[in-house]
Design a binder for this molecule. Structure first.
Ligand SMILES: Nc1ncnc2c1ncn2[C@@H]1O[C@H](COP(=O)(O)OP(=O)(O)OP(=O)(O)O)[C@@H](O)[C@H]1O
Ligand SMILES: [Mg+2]
Length: 403
């Protein structure tokens, strides 16, 4: 079931009603019920509370504000109240803030502002629901749909870009115990490995885990794989994977996990506890077949498919035999990330053991990796650093970090 943000908009003017309907029309996951209220406000009862009450304030009598205040108290934060009003009226803004209104959207409405606010709230709702499903914030797992498709290249470079460009506290966990190449791609010489964490899982805590990390000059911390096929992962227990990822999420703002394509319970656990799971694929029939098998399997092991996204790697390569539209149709997805084929940058980075941002004239690979990193940071930034609302910004008052 797709997460939907239900908005009840109570307006006093025809123009605001029309603007809300037009601006939110077609915004994925946002459903707005717009009601023009000419004869005073009637707030919804406990049944069928919306996620968001969007309330237009024109000239609020104190009775109206008391009603809003009561509504906030009665719904105990289940419904977020946003006001639409004149942002230049600081007295009104203060009163709204005291009444428990989360934010004020300046009127007349601007499409981008309204859409950004709503999509942000939708994303917050998704995160909350992931929490309820046992997912851990800010954890992105990457799994290949077939060997050698580029999952590690993308995971390593997204992690390095987050740490380097955005200065995000990021770690990269390489669960490809037999053949992992994350450390190698970054020319690191680790002296401790993910297997140390696995073998001593009972005494693992945040201090110990941090000590096992190898630091890259981008600021990225890597929990490296020993790349030793003899260190069989067969015995790895899902609880241990969950513990390692959970502790990492306590230390870092974003945790990137490179998961080999194995359907063993421990590998599936890495996807299950992640807040976003990326299946890396290529646009050829053989790979698409495997993507389908993998996607069909995941729900059977408790993976919430709404957080599973696809990345079409080496996009636009000559070898790609299926159009992107056919691909979306076949896989039943309306959105697939794209990382273009960029042999020059990929080869230069791999040969020198450097992230693509260090490759001269980075190219399309870097551009697409940065795009992905941005998408990841946009989802997690509010969780990592707290979000400042219009009211909070105005009154220099930071809200508590939603968590
Ligand atoms: N977008 C791209 N453009 C060009 N070459 C790429 C791209 N992405 C990855 N490659 C190249 O593809 C090869 C395989 O990449 P990588 O090792 O990341 O794959 P993998 O799927 O993680 O492999 P494994 O199955 O061993 O885990 C590497 O040589 C890499 O440089
Ligand atoms: Mg790999």
């Amino acid at each position: 079931m797709q997460t939907t943000l239900n908005i009840l908009a109570l307006t006093h003017s025809d123009k605001t009603s029309k603007d809300i309907s037009a601006f939110l029309d077609g915004v994925d996951g946002v459903v707005a019920n717009v009601q023009l209220q000419e004869g005073g406000i009637v707030l919804p009862g406990e049944d069928g509370l919306p996620d968001v009450l969007l309330y237009e304030v024109v000239d609020p009598s104190s009775a109206e504000l008391v009603l809003l205040e009561n509504f906030v108290a009665a719904t105990r934060g289940k419904t977020i109240v946003l006001a639409i009003g004149r942002s230049s009226d600081t007295d009104l803004l203060r009163r709204l803030m005291r009444a428990g209104v989360r934010d004020v959207i300046p009127s007349p409405l601007v499409r981008q502002e309204l859409v950004t606010t709503c999509t942000q709230l939708l994303s917050d709702k998704r995160i909350k629901m992931e929490d309820a499903n046992g997912a851990i914030h800010a954890v992105c797992a990457f799994m290949d749909a077939k060997g050698g498709i580029g999952g590690t290249t993308i995971a390593v470079n997204v992690a390095a870009v987050l740490a380097h460009d955005r200065k995000v506290k990021t770690c990269l966990i390489d669960f490809d115990i037999g053949f992992g190449s994350c450390a190698h791609m970054l020319d690191l010489k680790p002296t401790s490995f993910v297997t140390d964490a696995i073998q001593q899982a009972d005494r693992l805590d945040v201090v110990f885990l941090k000590a096992l990390m190898t630091e890259h000059d981008s600021g990225l911390h890597v929990l490296a794989s020993p790349a030793n096929p003899a260190s069989a992962a067969d015995q790895l227990r899902p609880e241990v994977v969950q513990k390692i990822i959970g502790l990492a999420a306590e230390i870092y703002d974003v945790v990137i996990v490179d998961v080999p394509r194995i359907t063993a319970p421990w590998a599936m656990e890495a996807l299950r506890v992640s807040s976003r799971g990326f299946v890396v694929m290529q646009n050829t029939l053989a790979v698409i077949r495997d993507v389908k098998i993998l996607l069909d399997y995941m729900p059977h092991v408790g993976i919430d498919m709404h957080k599973i996204e696809l990345i079409n790697n080496r996009a636009m390569a000559k070898s790609q035999s299926v159009s992107i539209e056919q691909l979306k149709q076949t896989l039943g997805r309306d959105r697939i990330h794209r990382v273009r084929n960029d042999y020059h940058s990929a080869l230069a980075a791999a040969d020198q053991g450097i992230p693509v941002y260090k490759v001269e004239s980075g190219g399309e690979l870097l551009e697409d990796v940065r795009h992905l990193a941005n998408s990841i940071w946009q989802t997690h930034e509010p969780v990592a650093s707290g979000r400042s609302s219009f009211l909070a910004r105005l009154f220099n008052h930071r809200k508590a970090t939603p968590n």
